[in-house]
Write a protein of this length. Structure first.
Length: 288
């Protein structure tokens, strides 16, 4: 709601990612605080030290702060944000009419952002629920699994953060290099020479790892969180849009054909080889 009100009144693009990622941090802190205190505000003393909720809050906050800061800095140099500009009312348009259907579509954008945050935070929220800890004490298998999943999830989170940070840095450096702008090239350096979307792979790994860190305190059904992130990035808002944009820009370049045919879609690993397809005749491989 805050993001909608600010963008609707100011038509600014600068706060879009900052508001979205800040909501993750506030949600993590709120759920951890709820786990640590009773309704009377006293510190709970009837269960184990709050290691897991604290780690989850720290992991979510670190991810949100890093990504929010990076995206806000990157967007500050752009005059327009294609994700949201189409939802603003055009000159002469009547409310709820025209292509923008203002402010209905703009509100819908922010509702989708809120849904995304809620889905992502399900494991974190459930892992901060005291009733889940009480169930854990009576389940020997789950209790034995808890330390292992926390350790495995923490390692996966560190790897995912490393991949996402490095991929973002490499692409930013590539885009800000004037020589690359003159050559009209896509980023194919570093991790981007191994994967067409290494940053998205890192993002998916982060949320899968957060689920592992929360499980088995958080119930198994909260695995819908990383599945949701994977589905949205792979088939809806992430990869399809970027792939289509790249094809429209570089379809006439033979070396782009080669890059698309020999570079994995997600996992940054060497080894994929195949005959480069021709635009309009066949689709690029979706091997990961």
């Amino acid at each position: 709601m805050v993001g909608f009100l600010i963008t609707a009144n100011s038509k600014t693009y600068a706060i879009t990612d900052l508001v979205g990622t800040s909501a993750f941090t506030l949600s993590a802190l709120a759920t951890m605080h709820s786990a640590l205190t009773t309704q009377w505000g006293m510190v709970r003393r009837n269960w184990e030290k709050p290691t897991r909720p604290a780690i989850l809050a720290l992991a979510t906050g670190l991810w949100a702060t890093r990504l929010g800061g990076y995206l806000t800095y990157r967007m500050s140099g752009l005059k327009i944000d294609k994700r949201i500009s189409k939802h603003f009312r055009k000159p002469g348009e009547i409310w709820l009419c025209g292509d923008s259907c203002y402010p209905f579509n703009l509100m819908g954008y922010w509702i989708r952002q809120a849904l995304w945050g809620w889905m992502c935070m399900l494991p974190v929220s459930m892992a901060s629920d005291l009733s889940q800890y009480k169930k854990l004490k009576t389940n020997g298998i789950a209790k034995a699994l808890a330390p292992a999943t926390l350790a495995l999830g923490t390692m996966g989170y560190a790897l995912g953060m490393g991949i996402e940070c490095l991929a973002d840095y490499q692409k930013y450096k590539f885009k800000t290099d004037k020589s690359n702008c003159k050559r009209w090239r896509w980023c194919d350096k570093g991790l981007w020479s191994l994967s067409r979307h290494p940053n998205y792979f890192g993002e998916m790994l982060i949320w899968l790892s957060i689920f592992l860190m929360a499980f088995p305190v958080a119930p198994l059904w909260t695995i819908i969180s990383p599945i949701f992130v994977w589905y949205m990035l792979r088939y809806k808002t992430g990869i399809p849009l970027l792939e289509n944009d790249m094809k429209q820009r570089y379809w006439s370049l033979p070396e782009f054909d080669q890059y698309m045919a020999t570079t994995r879609l997600l996992v940054p690993l060497k080894g994929q080889t195949q005959t480069p397809p021709t635009f309009g005749m066949s689709d690029y491989s979706d091997n990961v």
